[in-house]
Design a protein around this ligand. Sequence first.
Ligand SMILES: Cc1cc2nc3c(=O)[nH]c(=O)nc-3n(C[C@H](O)[C@H](O)[C@H](O)COP(=O)(O)OP(=O)(O)OC[C@H]3O[C@@H](n4cnc5c(N)ncnc54)[C@H](O)[C@@H]3O)c2cc1C
Length: 426
Amino acid sequence: MSKHRDITCQLLVIGAGMAGMAASLFAARRGIDTVQVGLGGTIPFASGLLDLLGVYPVPAGQILTDPWEGMARLRRVSPAHPYTRIGNQDMQAAWRQCLGFLAEAGQPYVSQAERNMQVITPVGTVKTTYAVPHTMAAADDALVRRPPCLLVDFAGLKGFSARQIAATLGASWPDLRAVRLAVPRMQGELQPERLGRFLENGEHCRQIAATIHRRLDGARAVGLPAVVGVHRTRPNFEAMQQILGVPLFEIPTLLPSVPGLRLRETFEQHLPRLGVRAWYQHRVTAVEARRANEFRIGIGRDADGFRARTQAVILATGRFFGKGLHADRTAIRETLFDLPVDQPPQRDEWHHKDLLHPAGHAINRAGLAVDDCFRPVDVNGRRVYARLFAAGSILAHQDWVREKSGSGLAIGSAYAAVRACERLLG
Ligand SMILES: Cc1cc2nc3c(=O)[nH]c(=O)nc-3n(C[C@H](O)[C@H](O)[C@H](O)COP(=O)(O)OP(=O)(O)OC[C@H]3O[C@@H](n4cnc5c(N)ncnc54)[C@H](O)[C@@H]3O)c2cc1C
């Protein structure tokens, strides 16, 4: 027998990726009685950078300095793209609320509002994104000014080589040096998370900063892998910055990343404080639509199941990786409500013959088509349920990987769905 009693709520958010977290945040801020259910989403597998729109048009691979100008162009030619249903005002309000929440929770992000920012990647290329953890903000300026700079890595840290980054960037950044440091008491192969938890300790960070300081040799900026703590990042980073006396920036590592973990753990700890009743590591096992305004949702973990009665649902279950969509031999299906999935009519149209074709593959644009309230619709454009909404990467007519729009899509569509939901709840 379940140890949990059945529960009731106004809104049930399914998913704990960026879209589910953002939807729960926006709903809690509007005073909607919200339950969230979701297994760990893709957040730790992401870099922790928050993209809005980095590339448009996709086939031309044009990197955008101004994401808002790119969105205006996108809306003119792609009426079905989710961004066409979200106005700039709502998008800006969504980002303000999301970044405000992260700052209050002790993991501030920096964005330039009107333009994209740039960071260095672990392979030494430059990535365009919209908002970066405060620990990466100084890279944007360093990439413009290119001062003498010291890149640091740590012996044993998997998949991160300061020397390789310096070699790749060196042609356009002459005074870039690399140094490898041993981490006291840490031996063997190091995953970013293990090092991140070790550097939760402020004393460890101060020791490392003092060692780097002795190696500065005229460097006017320092870059190091993104491992400065998981929860105590801000004070530890500031202490290191003070010891060094020159701008310091983190560089994303391979995945799963510490900035991704910081994001996930921040949401998981702080959303319940805003009143969200969260069931992380639980999954929705059954759904049943009763009358126009009631869903019965089965929630479970192992044999431990219970039911929720809710007036509305936001489906933020992601794509194939998140398990919101499933592809069998003939078709792509939505896994919980068996909603109509907008997809090419034939399986052999899923992929372009050229694997690396710049326009991408049709399968990546398959997903749930929605109305202006972000409610899934059928092939005739009729909404399926009056109070079922969808948000995030499960939506059709977008290709967030190529557009570099993952977080913007999640945050913007979650905001629009919650707004519509609030109106309908009355
Ligand atoms: C490798 C990688 C790198 C990325 N890099 C970036 C980046 O640099 N910048 C950026 O902005 N974005 C990046 N993203 C994308 C970013 O994480 C997106 O915001 C995200 O993919 C959209 O998330 P989502 O919430 O729609 O889906 P997901 O993150 O896939 O989450 C889906 C959620 O639904 C849950 N779920 C599914 N079925 C059930 C069920 N039956 N019951 C309960 N829960 C269920 C899953 O467990 C999961 O919690 C990256 C993603 C990946 C995978």
